[in-house]
Design a protein around this ligand. Structure first.
Ligand SMILES: *Cc1c(COP(=O)(O)O)cnc(C)c1O
Length: 377
């Protein structure tokens, strides 16, 4: 079945009780039992909820995974997956992951004896050199935020598996519509459903998808034991969101390409970061690994003052954090999403004071371009 058919139908069977075509919001904490030990498979809503189960089937199918788990946020999903490693284990973490992921390792997991190294996973030799005898997991994000570095998932999976380590990929930026990491050998895919999967900037959630039965059982156990589950209402929203994922991603991609091309030609712009541009250092890899480039575009204006002028003069674009919604959001990574990254590390990654990031929405692209053009004047 095609992607859109799966997106619309997987997990979305008509409701058994009423025939409702849209999966209802089962807003209940518990379920009546017919007799002692006799129930319909639902006992308590932290453990099982039909709306959440529908979403779990849906996104797992989109990622080509057997198992899926929905969490209260992207960070809760990442945290649950990281609980597969134990004190004394070592994890290789991409050196430019989402700030919250780095913070989780640096400020939380460190206290529980999880060792980690930061590595530029786009450099396969650097990755190979980073393995230790106790390396149990490699956590990558591609393309990275905000400088859009692309990591070769098949190469990373091959090297990591040779060292006996699982590969986890944060697929939030591409969504399964443009990139299915499991097809490249990745073991576990994580998402912030807050972004493209929900797509309407009105829900916070997370997801983990995988094929390995033992790890899936453990993640399910952790989901129930720790309890950071996605609520029925948020499950409903994300389930509604994925129905239009394909059409939205096509529109984000079309607009993203047009905005990147406009910026690349603009005399006031020093540099544009977008894997869809032929000038991007990993354009060929991106073309091979992704079926599109999406709506995330970053650009260098040369100085903080230049960036500030753009950010404060846009009218159609909204100044704000987050990404992946239908509306165009514009942000300043150095002082917003990446403020907690030390200045020297920001410089090394290219997150300068003049860098601006746009999550290109699905408005009429002429309006987005005209807005950026007037703000750049
Ligand atoms: C937003 C984001 C997260 C965290 O997700 P939350 O839903 O905010 O907890 C993780 N990874 C990436 C790439 C993100 O953009």
């Amino acid at each position: 079945m095609g992607f859109s058919t799966t997106a619309i139908h997987a997990g979305n069977e008509p409701d058994a009780a009423t025939g409702a075509v849209s999966v209802p919001i089962y807003q209940t904490s518990t379920y009546a039992q017919e007799a002692l030990g006799k129930h319909k498979g639902f006992e308590y809503a932290r453990t099982q909820n039909p709306t959440r189960s529908a979403l779990e089937k849906n996104i797992a199918a989109l990622e080509g995974a057997k198992y899926g788990f929905a969490f209260a946020s992207g960070m809760a999903a990442i945290d649950a997956v990281l609980r597969l490693v134990k004190a004394g284990d070592h994890v290789i973490l991409g050196d430019n992951t989402y700030g919250g992921t780095f913070r989780l390792f640096d400020k939380v997991l460190r206290d529980y004896g999880i060792e980690f190294s930061l590595v530029d996973t786009s450099d396969i030799h650097a990755l190979e050199a980073a393995f230790l005898p106790n390396t149990k997991m490699v956590f990558v994000e591609t393309p990275t935020n905000p400088v859009m570095t692309v990591t070769d998932l098949a190469a990373v999976s091959e090297v990591s598996h040779a060292h006996g380590a699982r590969v986890v990929c944060d697929n939030t930026f591409m969504s399964p519509y443009f990139q299915r990491p499991i097809e490249h050998g990745v073991d576990i895919v994580v998402h912030s459903t807050t972004k493209y999967l929900n797509g309407h900037s009105d829900s916070v959630g997370g997801f983990a998808a995988l094929n390995d039965e033992t790890d899936a059982e453990r993640i399910g156990f952790i989901q129930n034991s720790v309890g950071a589950i996605l609520s029925p209402f948020d499950s409903f929203l994300v389930l509604r969101g994925t129905k239009t994922l394909a059409v939205r991603m096509k529109a984000h991609d079309e607009n993203g390409r047009a905005v990147a091309a406009f910026l690349a030609e603009h005399p006031a712009i020093v540099k544009v970061y977008y894997p869809g541009l032929a000038s991007h250092p990993q354009h060929e890899l991106a073309k091979r690994q992704q079926s599109g480039f999406g709506g995330m575009v970053s650009f260098e204006t040369g100085s903080f003052d230049n960036a500030k002028k753009v950010l404060e003069n846009v009218k159609v674009c909204t100044l704000g954090e987050s990404l992946g919604g239908v509306e165009t959001l514009i942000s300043h990574p150095a002082t917003m999403t990446h403020a907690s990254v030390p200045a020297e590390k920001r410089d090394k990654l290219g997150i300068t004071d003049g860098l601006v990031r746009i999550s290109v929405g699905i408005e009429d692209v002429e309006d987005i371009i005209q807005d950026l053009d007037q703000a750049l004047k």
